[in-house]
Design a protein around this ligand. Structure first.
Ligand code: B12
Ligand code: SF4
Length: 502
């Protein structure tokens, strides 16, 4: 049996890092971990190939080779996923679809031959059995949350690792919190399920043995959802493994703000090689936090919490949302001030959207405020419900935020604010290798000579060189990210009404 695994293209969004990738000559940021995991669950004797369309084009010959095309996608890849489905139909090859896009909205994909939804640990084995018997059904779903100890090591051999900026690994699924807009808890549940320390070490070893050296993203919904096990078993095991190999990887992940209350955990994380954490800050407005039940962010000085994490040696990247019913007209200014003050350099500001299945979706449905399906990209000025403050006001305010915070003067000011707090734990010798030097030279040309940020760029380089020379690679990386963010927002915010609800 020939299986072709296809990961559709995602558009040029904040998270694609497309404009930054060209500096390091990489084609995509992250590999499709879901598909690689699914590949590992298929019978060993089946032939498997992977095409990540973010890395290389999908040719008709590849489709013709396959008996089945397996497609995985997030909502943001909908258009490309539909194109792949149409091509498969034309060529006459059967399709199997799974992953968040199809799990959340399978009734919108009539042309898929087999929908294998939810987590594949539960739904793939019955599909494979039926297929081997010659009578596969159209749709496989489950209400059960699988034990992650059932999850196999992803089939890294299918991937050309050199095309990617980072590799992925997953320790847990699910999050104990209950934010109103969040579909993670719909997809993965509220009881964090975790892998064992043997599994994590085996996964790290597998990445290492396949030749990977560099950043590794722990793609957990909330890495600190199950802290006891993390601190007692997982972190010590990672620390031992990584120290023995002299830090071949650096790690980053996603966690809730209460990480800042746990000094022991922050110490363990930096000791293990974590250097960045994405935190859902959402909003500095207390009533909006209450509205969306983001209780862990309430009643605390959020700037102080962010700074504490930075002081422990973790760069904080953050998610912010505007469009809550409780947002006052001053929210845009307050978001700008908060982001500037916190030194969160990579600040993903999005419009509130209501993914299907969430508590927010149900409430807005009752209030008759839903408009249409979501695009899956919360930074493209689209919104799938009627906002209280009015769409035009909201988008104008949103534009103001992203234009202000990504204007070179403010962006570079944030880098300086961040460096004032940041105390890296185990800063490695800068990677004076060929790709790094090329990225540095490209940044000099594109940002330091041609870019409108050239004054800020040189100011940052000189001040970093004088005050913290070992942070030069980080300073250059942040400068390159700034270039990407500006490109994305310059391109998107000019056409709000075409993509929005009006
Ligand atoms: C890593 C990640 C990213 C990465 C990289 C994506 C990549 N190449 O992997 C980055 C940072 C780029 C990213 C970006 C975004 N992401 Co994202 N991301 C994730 C995250 C945290 C982990 C994905 C992962 O690897 N999981 C581990 C694997 C093992 O799980 P999995 O992919 O779900 O696969 C399992 C099943 O779904 C199933 N399965 C998956 N595919 C298939 C295929 C077949 C054929 C079968 C049978 C089964 C199957 O089997 C697997 C094993 O159980 C998830 C959250 C999550 N917990 O999954 C969000 C998530 C996928 N992202 C999401 C979103 C919304 C986004 C953004 C739009 C965020 C934003 N607000 O801007 C952007 C858009 C991307 C873009 N470029 O424009 C949503 C998707 C919701 C949806 N309904 O589509 C999720 C679920 C998180 C959330 N709720 O917010 N993301
Ligand atoms: S903390 Fe994050 S992952 Fe957890 S429910 Fe809230 S938004 Fe979702």
């Amino acid at each position: 049996m020939n299986i072709l695994l296809v990961y559709p293209r995602y558009p040029d969004t904040f998270w694609s890092f497309r404009h930054a990738l060209k500096f390091i000559s990489k084609k995509a940021s992250f590999p499709p971990l879901g598909l690689l995991t699914v590949a590992s669950m298929l019978p060993r004797e089946w032939e498997k190939r992977l095409i990540d369309m973010n890395v290389r084009p999908l040719k008709d010959e590849a489709l013709q080779w396959a008996d089945y095309v397996f497609i995985s996608a997030m909502a943001v890849q909908r258009e490309s996923a539909q194109e792949v489905l149409d091509r498969c139909k034309k060529i006459g090859v059967k399709t199997v679809a799974g992953g968040p896009l199809f799990t959340a909205a399978h009734e919108e994909f009539k042309d898929v031959d087999h929908l294998v939804l939810n987590e594949a640990e539960k739904t793939l084995p019955p599909f494979v059995e039926d297929l081997q018997r010659g009578s596969p059904r159209h749709c496989y779903t489950t209400r059960e949350w699988p034990d992650l100890e059932e999850t196999p090591i992803p089939l890294w051999g299918l991937l050309a690792m050199k095309d990617y900026a980072s590799m992925n690994i997953q320790y847990s699924r699910g999050c104990p919190f209950n934010c109103e807009f969040c579909d993670i808890i719909v997809l993965n549940g509220r009881v964090p399920r975790t892998k064992g320390k043997g599994q994590i070490v085996a996964e790290l070893a597998s990445l290492y043995d396949h030749g990977w050296r560099g950043p590794v993203f722990f793609v957990d919904d909330n890495f600190i959802g199950h802290r006891k096990k993390l601190k007692a078993e997982i972190m010590p095991a990672i620390i031992e493994w990584i120290q023995e190999r002299d830090f071949p990887f650096s790690f980053f992940t996603e966690a809730s703000i209460d990480l800042s209350d746990d000094e022991e955990l922050m110490r363990l994380m930096v000791k293990a090689g974590f250097d960045t954490v994405f935190v859902g800050i959402e909003t500095p407005h207390e009533e909006s936090l209450t509205e969306c039940s983001k209780l862990q962010n309430r009643n605390r000085d959020l700037v102080a919490s962010v700074q504490k994490i930075q002081q422990y040696g973790l760069q904080v990247t953050g998610g912010f949302i505007v469009g809550f019913d409780s947002d006052p007209p001053s929210i845009f200014e307050r978001q700008i001030n908060f982001i500037q003050k916190s030194g969160i350099v990579t600040a993903m500001v999005g419009l509130l959207n209501a993914p299907r299945g969430t508590r927010l979706y149900k409430r807005l449905d009752k209030e008759n405020r839903l408009v249409h399906g979501i695009t899956g990209d919360n930074t493209d000025c689209s919104i799938n419900f009627v906002p209280k403050m009015g769409y035009e006001t909201l988008v104008a305010g949103y534009e103001k935020i992203v234009k202000t915070i990504y204007a070179p003067s403010n962006y570079y000011k944030r880098i300086r604010t961040f460096f004032r707090e940041y105390k890296p734990y185990n800063i490695q010798t800068p990677p004076y290798n060929f790709p790094y030097l090329m990225a540095f030279l490209k940044s000099i040309w594109l940002l330091g000579i041609r870019g409108r940020e050239r004054f800020q760029y040189w100011r940052l380089l000189v001040s970093t060189l004088l005050r913290r020379p070992r942070s030069i690679p980080l300073a250059v990386t942040l400068a390159i990210y700034g270039f990407h963010f500006r490109k994305v927002f310059d391109a998107l915010v000019r056409v709000p009404s075409e993509r929005g609800i009006v």
